[in-house]
Design a protein around this ligand. Sequence first.
Ligand code: URA
Length: 433
Amino acid sequence: MRMVDIIRKKREGCSLTDEELTFFVKGYTDGSIPDYQASALLMAICLNGMDDRETAFLTMEMAASGDSLDLSAIKGQKVDKHSTGGVGDKTTLIVAPIVAACGVPVAKMSGRGLGHTGGTIDKLESIPGYRVNLSESEFIRQVNRISIGLIGSSKNLAPADKRIYALRDATSTVESIPLIASSIMSKKLCSGCDCILLDVKVGSGAFMKTLPEAQKLAKTMVSIGKHAGKKTVALLTDMEAPLGLAVGNSLELWEAIELLKGGGDPTLTSLCLELSAWMLFLADEGPLDRCRETAQNVLDSGAALQKFRQLVEAQGGDLQSIDNLSLLPCALYRREIKAESDGYLVRMDAKRCGIASSILGAGRERKEDDIDYGAGIRLERKIGDQVQTGDVIAVLHSNTPEKFGDAEEVFRGGLRISQTPPPKRPIILGTVK
Ligand code: URA
């Protein structure tokens, strides 16, 4: 078999056979296929697409290219949740303890933030002492004991994806639905779970800017999950504006804990309850409406907060900082962003907000960059709110005040105040089963 023939075939819009896809994934992972040939194939896929069989097979080959986590020693149905990435998305910190408090094990590996999107592991690391690197046996013992574990990935999961993703980034071939779907799902398929709930974000802060595109991505990922024998459902959720009221690691952790304590932004709360209900439903905990009630009950009773405290304690984090949030990392400097006219806030661009937060120190441009856990943006107003000139819309937080100028410019560029209120946009835009 020759790579040049595989490239030509895809360039001409034909489907690749299983053997050809195996040849590509194995060869690119072991270095026998050079970057220039892999780049040519990725561009041909980007332009001509792949059918469902090709996409599912490519994903399985990528998943099989490295280690996988064996969670079979954990009793019960293990449900994983994955967000395609957004701004202010702290849902895992809330949903995982809600689901675990209902008795369904949550054994989740999460990632770090990159570019304008955040990552759960960075948020958890804002808790002094919290260990994100547990050994596999320690992780499994913990989940069997307290039903919850949230760790970073130390294994060599889907190395084919790592190589292919880096090449896509450098060859402008990221924006391809089969390539995005196979990249995300290859990692999910090695995470040891039985069921997968996908939160596919739609809007300015997401990969998918429009609902039809997001539906297509969701359908592709659900089809891959089912093909691999995992119950899979996707919710399509809004990412036009940041989620909740905080963007940045320790600020988001603060918001998540406040929500678990009974406060919190109603939009964020309703999304977290819906995600939790779907996870319980996938784990066979009864009809969806009953799962919604169960999720609400453990949030209202404080059982979810207790579960989060148990998690933090088990992973070595400082419980005092959970009980007294002022002990969490906090930035030394603040700058208020005020409304420059009267009217309704009709736009607060999620991507610009994510970039501004990253400029303030909350994110990284390159994987090896350090982050400032206290940096970020606290939103005082949301889309649809009426504002008057001089009202504070947001507060920027940073330990490097010289970054305020650039961050304010980027953040302000995403704001719009208008004389007419915006149409209401629901947080949940659809479901793909
Ligand atoms: N996240 C991934 O892991 N891969 C993609 O291609 C896009 C988002």
